[in-house]
Design a protein around this ligand. Structure first.
Ligand SMILES: [Zn+2]
Length: 887
C-alpha cells in the first residue's frame, strides 16, 4: 500500500473514515486476532464488533415509570442500517434495575434508624450497575472473547467470530457511571486527566498535550488505588466518600467501585475501558455548548430591550423551511422562548442564526459574535460529517483550535454586558431551590436585578466544552460520529415505550421483556418464511401528506425529474398581453426562444444567451404557443459521502425556490437563481420540421455576488448575494436548462439591510408584495453537510465536481483559521472601548456548572412531537437513518 497522503494533493491515497468496520480500531483488533496462537483450527477469523448504548428513559410524559435499557448493535452492520429503527438492528440485552424506592428504609434498619448519605446512595447505584455488567460478561462471554465462537455466516462461510467491545454511547452522567469516576470531580473527563481548572484551554497546545499525554488508563496503579479505597469501606467499615479512601482516589477523581470491564477484560485482554466512551454530538454540542451559547445570546438581546428581542424573533419567523426536514419553519414560534425544542430545532437555529443576529448588538461585539456563530457552524458541520478524509479531519482540528479562542473571547467580551437570567431560567431555578430547601440544602444567594433574576455570565467551565476537543481522535479511531450517536439509542426508546403501553403498568419491566422476546421470535420466523420465498408483506410506510407530490418514483440515475403531464397551461401571447407593465416579462418571448435555440445548437451553459436574430427565432415554432406549468422540480445529485440525494424545488415557497448552478466565470464557483416557474413546451426547430420535441425549462431571477462584501472561510463570514438589478437588457431574469442545476440552496435574507424597490420596477415578483425585495441574501453553506462540502471541496463524492482551485483555497483558509489574528484584534478593540461602554461587574465567582443547570429533557433528545409514529419520515431525503434528526 502506498503511504497515505494527508496533504490533500493526491486524492488516490487519501484515507477515508466512516464505518466502524473500516476504522483504525477495527483494523488493529483484526490484526491482534489473526495473531492469536492457541486456536485449534484454520477457520477464517473475524470480529463481531459490539457497540453499546444505555440511557434511562421516562416511559410516559407524566408519571414516574422509568426504564433503563441497554442496547447492543453489531458494528459489522453498516451504520446506515443500524440507524434505521425499522431495520430492527438493535438487541435489547438488558433492562438495568435502579435502586428500589424503599432502599433508604433498608439502610435505616441497618444504621440505627439513620438514612444513608448521598455518597452512600451513589456508591450503591454504581455497584448495582457494575454488578449487572458482571452478570452479562459471564464465563461464557469471556470464553467466546478468548477463543471465539464458530458461526456459519450469512454468506455461507464458516468463521470463528471474536466478540470485541468497541464503543459505548451514553450521555455524560451515564458515562461517569460506566467509567466509575466522580461526577463533575476535579478530573471530570472520562477520556483524559484534564483538571477542571484547565477546561477553558480547549484547543491550545497545553490542552492537546493533556489529552494525548495523560489519557485515562486502567493500569495496575489505578486498580490498586481503587482496591485500597474499597478495603477502607468494606474491611474497616468507613462510609463511602470517607476522607481516608479519598486519599487514594482524589488525584484522578476515581471512585471506590470495581469496574466490571476492568475486572473481566483488563487483565487478560489488555482492554482499556475508558477508550470505548465515545463522544456524543447530540448532548455535548447541540444540547450542550450550542444551547448554552444560544441562551447567552438571548440574554444579551434582553439587555438591549424588548424591541430587539422581538426583531430577532421576527427575523427567524421569516426564514422558510428547506429540504424535507433539513430546516423546519420557525414561523409559529418565538425562538427566544425555546419552547418544546428538540435537538434538531437547536441545530436549525444554529444554521440560521448568523443572518438573524446581524446588526442587533453594537460594534465591535456584533462582528465578533457573527464570527463566533460562523465558527460554531463550521465546527458543527465538520464534526457531524458522515464521511471524513484525513484532510477534513485536519480541518476539524484547526476549527477546534479556533473554536477554543472564540469561546474564550466570547466569555471575555460578553462579560461587559449586564446579562441576567431569562424569566424562564429564574422560574426553573426557583423550582429547584424549593426542591433543595425541602431536602434541607442551602442555596447560595448572589446579585440579582431586583426582580429576582440573577446575574448570569457565560461560563467556560463546563465539561461539554472540554469534550469538543476529543472529536478528531475519536473519529480517527472509531469512524464518524453518526455511527455511535446517542440518537440511535434515543430512537430505540420508542420500541420500549411502545411495549410499555401494551403492559398493564404493573411489573412492567418483566412484561416488556416478554413482549420484546416475543417480537424477536416473530421477526426470526418472518425471516425464515421469507427465505422460503413466501411474500410476507411489509409494514405500511406512513407518508407525510404535506410533503408528498404526485410524482411517480424516479430513476435515481436521472439528474432531474418533472411531472410528465400538467393540467396548467399558459398561452404565451395572452401572458404577455395581459401583463403589459410586468418588468419580468419584458423581452420574454425573444429571450426564451434564444435560450431554446442555444440548447438546440448545443451551446454550453455560460449564463448568457446568444441573440440568434429575428429570422431564426421566427422559424422556431412553439406548439400552440403554450407552455405547461409544473409545481415541482426534483434534482438528484451525488452527495459528498457518495450517496444519492434529492432536492425539491418549489417556486411557490420562496425558501425552497433557490438553485445553484456552476459559475462560468469569476472566483466564486456557483451562481444562484430564484426559480419563478417550471415549464415544458413542444418546439419544432424549423417550419419544415414537423415533429415537435419536448423541452423543460426554468424561468429564473438571477442573483449576483455583493461587490461590497467578501465572504468565505478566510474572514469567517458567509457569502452574500443580491438580485441582479433590472436594466435595459433584462439580465435580471433568464432561463435555465434544469440539467445544469447542481442542487437547491438555502439563501437567508440579510435582514440587517432591509428591503427595497430599487432593484425592480413594480412587479408581481417582489419578495414582499408591499415592501419590495430583500437587498441581500446570505448563502447558507452550513444548511447540510453536502452543502458545506461543496464549499470545501474535499468530499469523496464531489471529486471532480467542485472546482479544484477553489477547493484548495478553501482548505488552506480553514487550515489557517486556527492561527487567525481576528479574535485577538476583536478583544483589543473591546479593551480600548471608552469606560462607559465597559461596565463590568464581575464580582461573583463562577461555579463549576452542575448538571442541573443544563439538564437535558427527554423530549429534547427524542423530538418535541414525542413518540408519535407519524413522525417517521425520511429526514433530509438522504437516508432513512436518523429519523427526525438531521445527520
Ligand atoms: Zn478529556
Amino acid at each position: 500500500m502506498p503511504p497515505l497522503d494527508s496533504t490533500g494533493d493526491n486524492p488516490d491515497t487519501r484515507r477515508v473514515h466512516d464505518e466502524l468496520y473500516t476504522s483504525d480500531a477495527w483494523i488493529e483488533e483484526q490484526a491482534r486476532i489473526d495473531q492469536l496462537s492457541d486456536i485449534p483450527d484454520e477457520l477464517p477469523r473475524a470480529i463481531a464488533g459490539l457497540m453499546f448504548w444505555s440511557d434511562a428513559t421516562h416511559l410516559t410524559q407524566f408519571g414516574a415509570a422509568k426504564m433503563w435499557p441497554l442496547y447492543l448493535y453489531f458494528g459489522n452492520q453498516s451504520k446506515l442500517l443500524r440507524g434505521k429503527p425499522t431495520a430492527q438492528a438493535s438487541h435489547h440485552v438488558a433492562y438495568i434495575p435502579s435502586l428500589p424506592d424503599g432502599f433508604q428504609d433498608f439502610v435505616r434498619t441497618l444504621n440505627k434508624g439513620k438514612s444513608g448519605s448521598s455518597d452512600l446512595l451513589q456508591h450503591c447505584k454504581r455497584e448495582l450497575f457494575h454488578e449487572v455488567w458482571h452478570l452479562m460478561m459471564d464465563s461464557e462471554f469471556l470464553h467466546a472473547y478468548r477463543h471465539g465462537i464458530v458461526v456459519r455466516c450469512g454468506d455461507g462461510i464458516t468463521r470463528r467470530l471474536f466478540p470485541r467491545i468497541f464503543t459505548y454511547s451514553a450521555d455524560y452522567p451515564e458515562k461517569v457511571l460506566i467509567a466509575a469516576i466522580r461526577n463533575l470531580g476535579n478530573c471530570p473527563c472520562p477520556l483524559c486527566l484534564v483538571h477542571r481548572d484547565d477546561i477553558y484551554l480547549l484547543g491550545t497546545v497545553q490542552d492537546q498535550e493533556t489529552r494525548s499525554g495523560h489519557p485515562r488508563m486502567d493500569d495496575a496503579d489505578h486498580q490498586r488505588r481503587v482496591q485500597l479505597a474499597r478495603d477502607i469501606i468494606y474491611k474497616q467499615g468507613y462510609a463511602p466518600g470517607n476522607e481516608h479512601g479519598e486519599l487514594f482516589l482524589k488525584e484522578d477523581s476515581s471512585v471506590a467501585t470495581k469496574n466490571a470491564f476492568s475486572v473481566q477484560l483488563a487483565h487478560t485482554f489488555e482492554f482499556n475501558y475508558f477508550v470505548m466512551l465515545v463522544v456524543d454530538l447530540l448532548h455535548e454540542f447541540e444540547l450542550g455548548v450550542w444551547k448554552a451559547v444560544f441562551i447567552h445570546l438571548v440574554r444579551l438581546l434582553h439587555t438591549l430591550g424588548p424591541t430587539v428581542v422581538d426583531r430577532f424573533n421576527e427575523r427567524f419567523r421569516k426564514i422558510g423551511n428547506f429540504g424535507r426536514a433539513t430546516i423546519r419553519s420557525f414561523a409559529f414560534m418565538n425562538v427566544t422562548d425555546m419552547k418544546n425544542w428538540a435537538a434538531r430545532t437547536y441545530e436549525d437555529c444554529l444554521q440560521c442564526c448568523f443572518a438573524c443576529f446581524e446588526g442587533l448588538l453594537p460594534e465591535p461585539e456584533n462582528a465578533a459574535v457573527l464570527r463566533f456563530i460562523y465558527i460554531l457552524c463550521l465546527w458543527h458541520g465538520l464534526a457531524k460529517c458522515r464521511q471524513h478524509t484525513d484532510v477534513s479531519l485536519k480541518l476539524l482540528e484547526a476549527t477546534t483550535e479556533r473554536l477554543g479562542d472564540e469561546l474564550r473571547a466570547f466569555e471575555a467580551y460578553t462579560g461587559t454586558f449586564e446579562t441576567y437570567e431569562m424569566p424562564k431560567e429564574a422560574a426553573a431555578r426557583d423550582r429547584r431551590a424549593a426542591g433543595s430547601a425541602r431536602k434541607g440544602k442551602l442555596t447560595s444567594q448572589s446579585k440579582n436585578d431586583g426582580t429576582g433574576r440573577r446575574r448570569k455570565r457565560f461560563s467556560l467551565r463546563t465539561i461539554k466544552i472540554h469534550l469538543l476537543g476529543h472529536y478528531v481522535s475519536t473519529i480517527r479511531r472509531f469512524g464518524t460520529t453518526d455511527s455511535y450517536s446517542t440518537q440511535v439509542g434515543e430512537l430505540e426508546h420508542r420500541t420500549v415505550k411502545a411495549f410499555y403501553r401494551r403492559t398493564n403498568k404493573q411489573d412492567y419491566v418483566k412484561q416488556t421483556t416478554r413482549l420484546q422476546q416475543r417480537q424477536k421470535r416473530i421477526q426470526r420466523i418472518t425471516e425464515n418464511v421469507r427465505k422460503l420465498g413466501v411474500d410476507v408483506g411489509k409494514k405500511m410506510q406512513i407518508i407525510n401528506r404535506l410533503e408528498s407530490t404526485p410524482l411517480p418514483p424516479t430513476q435515481p440515475a436521472l439528474h432531474y425529474q418533472i411531472a410528465e403531464t400538467s393540467k396548467h397551461w399558459i398561452h404565451l401571447g395572452s401572458l404577455i398581453q395581459e401583463n403589459p407593465n410586468e418588468p419580468a416579462l419584458r423581452g420574454f418571448l425573444a429571450d426564451l426562444k434564444n435560450h431554446l435555440l442555444g440548447r438546440l445548437h448545443n451551446r454550453p451553459f455560460d449564463g448568457e444567451e446568444t441573440d440568434f436574430g429575428f429570422d431564426e427565432r421566427d422559424n422556431l415554432i412553439i406548439k400552440d404557443n403554450i407552455i405547461h406549468q409544473h409545481a415541482y422540480l426534483r434534482i438528484n445529485y451525488t452527495t459528498y459521502d457518495v450517496r444519492r440525494d434529492q432536492d425539491i424545488i418549489n417556486p411557490r415557497i420562496p425558501s425552497r425556490s433557490f438553485v445553484m448552478v456552476p459559475a462560468a466565470a469569476g472566483d466564486h464557483p456557483y451562481w444562484y437563481a430564484r426559480v419563478l416557474g417550471i415549464y415544458d413546451l413542444q418546439i419544432s426547430p424549423s417550419r419544415k420540421d414537423s415533429a415537435p420535441v419536448k423541452k423543460h425549462f426554468l424561468w429564473v431571477r438571477w442573483l449576483g455576488e455583493d461587490p461590497n462584501h467578501v465572504g468565505g472561510f478566510g474572514l469567517a463570514t458567509l457569502h452574500r448575494v443580491g438580485y441582479v438589478p433590472f436594466g435595459s437588457g433584462n439580465e435580471a431574469f433568464g432561463f435555465l436548462d434544469p440539467s445544469v442545476v447542481i442542487r437547491g440552496c438555502h439563501l437567508i435574507p440579510a435582514f440587517r439591510f432591509g428591503l427595497t424597490k430599487d432593484l425592480l420596477p413594480a412587479s408581481d415578483f417582489y419578495d414582499d408584495p408591499e415592501a419590495g425585495d430583500f437587498i441581500n441574501y446570505y448563502v447558507n453553506q452550513f444548511v447540510d453537510r453536502d452543502m458545506l462540502m461543496r464549499f470545501i471541496g474535499c468530499g469523496v463524492g464531489h471529486m471532480g465536481v467542485v472546482d479544484a482551485t477553489f477547493a484548495r483555497t478553501a482548505v488552506q483558509q480553514i487550515l489557517n483559521i486556527a492561527s487567525s489574528s481576528q479574535t485577538a484584534e476583536t478583544l483589543e478593540a473591546i479593551q480600548s472601548l471608552p469606560e462607559g461602554r465597559r461596565e463590568l461587574a464581575g464580582d461573583e465567582e463562577i461555579q463549576f456548572e452542575s448538571d442541573e443547570d443544563d439538564r437535558v429533557s427527554d423530549s429534547e433528545v427524542a423530538g418535541s412531537n414525542g413518540d408519535s409514529e407519524m413522525d417517521v419520515d425520511d429526514d433530509d431525503g438522504d437516508s432513512a437513518s436518523l429519523n427526525e434528526y438531521d445527520y
